[in-house]
Design a protein around this ligand. Structure first.
Ligand SMILES: Cc1cc2nc3c(=O)[nH]c(=O)nc-3n(C[C@H](O)[C@H](O)[C@H](O)COP(=O)(O)OP(=O)(O)OC[C@H]3O[C@@H](n4cnc5c(N)ncnc54)[C@H](O)[C@@H]3O)c2cc1C
Length: 468
């Protein structure tokens, strides 16, 4: 519990109406999208909504002086308990700092506050003919601060990379209240090799090293056109081979997605109007660029796939394109409808393995589900090996909870066995903390030392990523 003195100081800093200490308010901040935060009620002592950098500075100085945990939070759409205050303390809700501070489009960049929602940024940029390419499925909710802190990405990472490829510099308030600017104090340059790359240190640091208050982001011109190839396969290995052959044919789609048999079944049940064949796997290849190159690339990919697939189709008609993408976009929601009274839960949900091992990973995930009697729907970004396993369980059944935790553990261990990583997108937080030493070996010790050097009193997001 925070003392009345601390609470009244926080109210002075952010204003009484931006400081929430009631139980219901605090409950609203006790979760993210992970299964673990549904099962555990980690209540913060207080939630504050700063409106500018100076307020963040004052809050961190106060927290550091009194050793109070501070957990920065964007929209709370993360899936690993990253933005949950499992040791109590202050939740710093950054969602009100949500403005575009500067357009600098002739230099291919913008400066934004961390609370801006991804879709809103891209809507504003589209009006100028530009876009910020990383594209999480949570686009309409997640904030840029959360994306930078998790190094988030999505379907187009295969061609455009992840958030880190677009962060040119950051304004960060350190746990002690000092403000730093990474990437050059006044720089508007698109690249720099001057000194240690501190920007990269903060990207992916999951709110454990500093609070991001401004982001200098690289943006790109919007592609003129998009096209889509859809291919259906009678066996899983053939779908993996098709992807590898597409790359070998010097073709570079902007997205390559896979739905395995379980995901196709879920999509059919959810939206029969999609009229999908019940095959072993389905691939979607998106291409983008000037119209002639879209047609050339899509037709070339279709030709490659014909050697492996039982059916192939391509289109550049926006209406048909949207219709075909629907199968992929409904899977997350569709999974939960496969079993009466069950929901899709987030555990072991975003491993990333080498591309050529994707079919093997899909098969092994299916076997893990069967061994524990848990339904798992699997789909994901085969282009970069990032797979989404979606267990579907009754969260009120303790036996299913126990079994799904074992399923999650086995999936994480499978990722490491297949020379991959326990998380390709969603971050470490609490749910992947147990695997950090095994995944990183001796270099994990350096991460711990960096945390200690920057946050000596361990006030920022303590306990996450196994850093203490
Ligand atoms: C339906 C759904 C689909 C999703 N699809 C994808 C996907 O395709 N790809 C993907 O990568 N992720 C996906 N996610 C996960 C999630 O949306 C992303 O990780 C997102 O970037 C988190 O943003 P947020 O604003 O919700 O951050 P939060 O969950 O609030 O926070 C995430 C982390 O960032 C830290 N943080 C937040 N703001 C700041 C700040 N200003 N300074 C310092 N630290 C900060 C927090 O402490 C926490 O550790 C999905 C989630 C859902 C629910």
């Amino acid at each position: 519990m925070l003392s009345p003195g601390i609470l009244s100081r926080l109210k002075e800093i952010v204003g009484r109406e931006r400081c929430f200490e009631g139980e219901v308010d605090r409950l609203c901040y006790a979760y993210d999208s992970s299964l673990e935060s549904q099962l555990n009620r980690w209540l913060p002592d207080v939630v504050v909504q700063p409106q500018d950098r100076e307020q963040v500075v004052a809050i961190l100085k106060l927290a550091n002086e009194h050793r109070i945990p501070v957990v920065p939070r964007g929209a709370g759409t993360g899936q690993c308990c990253g933005a949950v205050a499992h040791r109590g303390g202050i939740i710093l809700d950054m969602s009100l700092m949500n403005r575009i501070l500067r357009y600098d489009l002739e230099n291919l960049q913008v400066v934004v506050q961390p609370g801006i929602v991804h879709a809103e940024l891209n809507q504003a940029l589209a009006a100028h003919g530009f876009f910020f390419p990383p594209d999480p499925g949570s686009t309409k909710m997640c904030t840029l601060g959360g994306m930078v802190s998790f190094n988030s990405s999505g379907m187009r990472a295969v061609k455009y990379g992840t958030t880190k490829n677009y962060v040119l510099g950051l304004e960060v308030v350190l746990p002690t209240g000092e403000v730093i600017v990474t990437g050059g104090q006044r720089s508007r340059a698109l690249k720099s090799v001057a000194g240690y790359d501190l920007t990269s240190l903060f990207v992916g640091s999951e709110g454990t090293l500093g609070v991001i208050t401004a982001i200098r982001l690289k943006v790109l011109p919007l592609p003129a056109k998009r096209g889509l190839v859809v291919a259906y396969f009678d066996n899983l290995e053939a779908s993996g081979e098709a992807v590898i052959q597409v790359f070998r044919s010097r073709l570079f789609p902007s997205a390559i997605e896979i739905l395995d048999r379980s995901a196709i079944k879920a999509a059919i049940k959810y939206k029969p109007a999609l009229v999908l064949p019940e095959v072993e796997a389905m691939l979607l290849f998106e291409v983008d660029g000037p119209p002639p190159s879209v047609a050339y690339e899509a037709q070339s990919i279709a030709r490659v796939c014909e050697n492996f697939a039982c059916k192939v189709e391509w289109t550049d008609d926006p209406a048909r394109l949207n219709q075909l993408w629907t199968a992929r976009s409904v899977v997350g929601a569709a999974a939960g409808q496969l079993k009466e009274g069950a929901t899709r839960v987030y555990i072991g949900e975003d491993i990333c393995v080498p591309v050529y091992r994707v079919p093997e990973a899909l098969r092994r995930i299916r076997q893990i589900g069967e061994a524990y009697g848990i339904t798992i729907v699997t789909y994901g970004h085969i282009g970069d090996g990032n797979l989404h396993a979606a267990p579907v369980i009754n969260t009120y059944d303790p036996s299913e909870i126990e079994r799904v935790r074992k399923v999650g553990d086995e999936i994480h261990r499978l990722a490491l066995e297949l020379e991959g990583t326990t998380t390709g997108e969603h971050g470490v937080g609490l749910t992947r903390a147990a695997y950090m030493e095994e995944e990183h070996g001796i270099s994990f010790e350096l991460m711990r030392r960096l945390k200690k050097a920057i946050d000596p009193l361990n006030i920022l997001n303590p306990g996450k990523m196994a850093l203490d």
